[in-house]
Design a protein around this ligand. Structure first.
Ligand code: PMP
Length: 310
């Protein structure tokens, strides 16, 4: 039987024992950095393939640097802890893997980062689709603007900045849309609430630079690699204006949770014919074919772990 476990305070424990005190700094102020990765179950190989874990942990460490958080683990240590948790938990299904480094000091009314302890914890949970829509989704330009790098840096996954994403996603879904698209203060496009964004016009992919306040996305990098290496397409990084999306041939979002998600409508305007665009479809199929350890050319993106059988 699979067991829900956590890596917490330096050891593997049942999830019920992985609890923090109400005074924990991160709970009050969002002073944590986290990651979200996927472990993808491959039935034939009887392994869970974890997608681009090293890149996720590198981004976690970048976040720790910005947030003045020290942990006693290298990226290699973190990878070993992750493989061990997956082995011990024994799940034989798709997983979401959530590492978090948080200011664990039990101290309220303190607005500094320095001299406060930080701790690393890791959990895994069974996970299926993030966006429950087959085919192309309907998006809304958010009335919430994207936070700027000089407010709370969006290039890494700082817990507190997710309030911005949550406000936008809530507004969009309460209004009946599937996802929100953020603009920056100057009206340029940043990203989705939890995904990077690409548009395709005349066969060229365009995506906003990370300096337009989006996350340094690992799925973004994977889509970029597949589009250039496998389809021979060009990718351009430049600011995008809202109406360019209305007029694009195709738009898609990229994220660990959302995979490659085609956008069929933005603000009630169909994008292309409103269906899954042909290039988006090809990139999505190649991506989904690479995350379960079945594509030899991209096997370096995946680490296969055999879960323990009790
Ligand atoms: N932007 C935001 C705000 C996100 O939360 C995510 C999900 N991690 C992404 C983009 C996509 O990043 P990645 O492909 O690395 O999951």
């Amino acid at each position: 039987m699979p067991q829900e476990l956590a890596f917490f305070r330096g050891g593997f424990v049942p999830i019920e024992e992985a609890n923090v005190n109400i005074k924990t700094h991160a709970l009050h102020y969002g002073t944590a950095v986290f990651e979200g990765m996927r472990g993808n179950w491959n039935e034939d190989k009887e392994q869970i393939f974890v997608f681009r874990a090293r890149e996720h942990y590198n981004r976690l460490i970048q976040g720790c640097k910005i947030m003045l958080m020290d942990i006693p683990y290298s990226v290699d240590d973190l990878l070993d802890i992750t493989w061990e948790l997956i082995r011990r938990s024994g799940y034989r299904q798709d997983l979401y893997i959530r590492p978090i480094v948080y200011k664990s000091e039990e101290l309220v009314a303190n607005l500094r980062l320095q001299d406060l302890d930080a701790d690393f914890a890791l959990i895994t949970v069974p996970f299926g689709n993030y966006i429950e829509v087959e085919g192309a989704i309907r998006c809304k330009t958010s009335s919430w603007r994207r936070i700027d790098d000089n407010m709370i840096p969006p290039r890494v996954k700082i817990a507190g900045h997710y309030v911005n994403s949550i406000l936008a996603k809530t507004e969009a879904t309460l209004a009946g849309y599937d996802e929100a698209i953020f603009m920056n203060h100057d009206g340029s496009i940043s990203e989705g609430s939890g995904e990077n964004l690409f548009m395709i016009t005349n066969g060229v992919l365009t995506t906003p630079p990370v300096s337009d306040n989006n996350l340094t996305g690992i799925t973004r990098d994977s889509a970029w690699t597949l589009a250039t290496q496998e389809l021979g397409l060009d990718v351009v990084e430049r600011p995008i204006r809202r109406t360019e999306l209305y007029l694009a041939d195709e738009v898609f979002l990229t994220g660990t949770a959302a995979h490659i998600t085609p956008v069929g409508q933005l603000d009630e305007r169909p994008i292309g014919d409103g269906e899954v665009g042909p290039i988006t479809g090809q990139i999505r199929d190649m991506y989904l074919g690479s995350i379960r350890g079945d594509n030899d050319k991209y096997s370096h993106w995946c680490e296969g772990i055999v879960p323990n059988v009790e």
